[in-house]
Design a protein around this ligand. Structure first.
Ligand code: FES
Length: 160
């Protein structure tokens, strides 16, 4: 199926400067089938395009934890799985589905302990400097860019 629309995104999570940003050509819609993730770059700005069940959306191609490229993750419905610390984020709501393995702070400042996959030893609470830094790292909220489809091309409104 070729995408014909942008997916609705949380209005409170619009990226700054997008209200009057110009739409820019990003990708042929046929190159982003359902379930696909792709990075497109405008200057030094990397944007993630995702084809979720309700259409196509655009957010930063930076994990809201430690900035890993979500475009290298996997998408299941609306949920993207980050390739670096296994955090899971709902692209349709902007919310965290699973905190990263490192634990740390959620967007509201709540602390979450480190965790390990079921086949590994549990991780201890942070003690050394690097572990304390990870524990104090806050998972940010995703920010979205308006998307539209014109003549079979995906266009994204990204500020200059
Ligand atoms: S960078 Fe994505 S979960 Fe850590």
């Amino acid at each position: 199926m070729i995408a014909d629309r942008g997916a609705p995104t949380p209005p409170s999570l619009a990226a700054p400067g997008t209200a009057d940003a110009t739409f820019r050509d990003a990708l042929a819609a046929a190159e982003l089938p359902p379930g696909a993730l792709r990075r497109v770059t405008f200057g030094d700005h990397d944007v993630l395009l995702a084809h979720v069940p309700d259409g196509i959306l655009a957010t930063d191609d930076r994990c809201p934890h430690m900035s890993a490229p979500l475009s290298l993750g996997t998408l299941d419905g609306c949920v993207v799985d980050c390739p670096l610390h296994s955090g899971r984020f709902d692209l349709c709501t902007g919310g965290v589905v699973r905190m990263p393995t490192t634990g740390g702070l959620d967007a509201d400042g709540g602390y979450h302990s480190p965790w390990s996959p079921p086949d590994r030893e549990p991780r201890p609470e942070p003690t050394d400097l690097k572990a304390r830094a990870r524990a104090a790292t806050r998972v940010r909220r995703l920010r979205y860019y308006p998307v539209r489809i014109r003549d079979g091309r995906i266009e994204v409104a990204v500020p200059d």
